[in-house]
Write a protein of this length. Structure first.
Length: 272
């Protein structure tokens, strides 16, 4: 079995070398931890299935700053239309064998226009994603984040709201049925605060989206495990908002990295 794996690895390296000669792009400075594989399989295949034959390996980060830089770089590529899914047979095998080390936990809305893996041009094994309508955070979401930061050692937790969020709009309108009501109850305090700070409907929605992100960040800090890691400087919680129209991400001013309650930076950053 092991011998077989070794043989596979040799074939993989050989294939990579061939591709390197062909493309001169097999591997980058940003990919130190996982061998870069530039073919779809240990057996060379027709490149038509995946034109990204020089795809980089899994991107990792040693700290929150590096992780945030990866997200910003990936979003720049996304807005330029150069998303690289980096899906190869060899990469799947590598992740299955060596496990995951996602550099960022992303909590965002279930909205089909807000897929974090595409928005940040992240490949397999790079982002640990939790999605709920309105990016609300409850016990299951907190437990998921605890697992990622405490067991997978992800240094960054990104809470991402978005423009034109239907859940926030529904909370502003104030009527729903079934379990959607549970979601709206979680968003309602942010709507109340937004209405105290603005009168125009567009501005209320904009503010409520930001305040709802802050509320979810605060929810995360109610976890002893997460708040301890934040206080120890091992984890940073960062808020942001995705613009579904132009594809960009606006990061809130002050990441929650000192264990203290955030001031209303999101609200202030949204003032005219
Ligand atoms: Zn939404």
């Amino acid at each position: 079995m092991k011998q077989s794996l070794v043989r596979k690895g040799l074939f993989t390296l050989a294939a990579c070398s061939i591709a390197l000669l062909a493309t001169a792009a097999c591997g980058t400075e940003d990919t130190p931890s996982v061998p870069t594989v530039s073919v779809n399989s240990v057996v060379p295949q027709a490149p038509a299935e995946n034109p990204n034959t020089s795809a980089p390996a899994v991107k990792t980060a040693a700290n929150a700053e590096e992780a945030l830089n990866l997200l910003k770089s990936g979003n720049n590529q996304f807005t330029q239309g150069s998303v690289n899914l980096n899906v190869t047979e060899a990469l799947r095998q590598d992740l299955a064998k060596n496990g995951q080390k996602p550099h960022t936990v992303v909590i965002t809305c279930s909205d089909s226009r807000v897929p974090p893996e595409l928005i940040f041009n992240s490949g397999l094994g790079e982002v640990f994603v939790i999605r709920t309508a309105g990016n609300v955070v409850g016990d299951y979401e907190i437990g998921s984040v605890e697992y990622a930061v405490d067991h997978l050692n992800s240094p960054l937790v990104l809470v991402m709201g978005h423009t034109q969020c239907g859940a926030v709009d529904a909370a502003i309108e104030g009527h729903a049925s079934g379990h959607v009501e549970d979601i709206l109850e979680e968003i309602a305090p942010s709507v109340t605060k937004a209405k105290q700070q603005a009168s125009e409907s567009d501005k209320i929605a904009d503010l409520a989206q930001d305040l709802n992100v802050e509320n979810s960040m605060d929810r995360l800090m109610s976890s002893d495990i997460i708040s301890r890691l934040v206080r120890d400087g091992k984890v940073t919680i960062q808020g942001c908002k995705y613009d579904i129209e132009n594809g960009t991400v606006r990061y809130f001013d002050a990441p929650q990295s000192d264990g203290e309650q955030k001031t209303s930076s999101a609200a202030s950053s949204s003032q005219p």
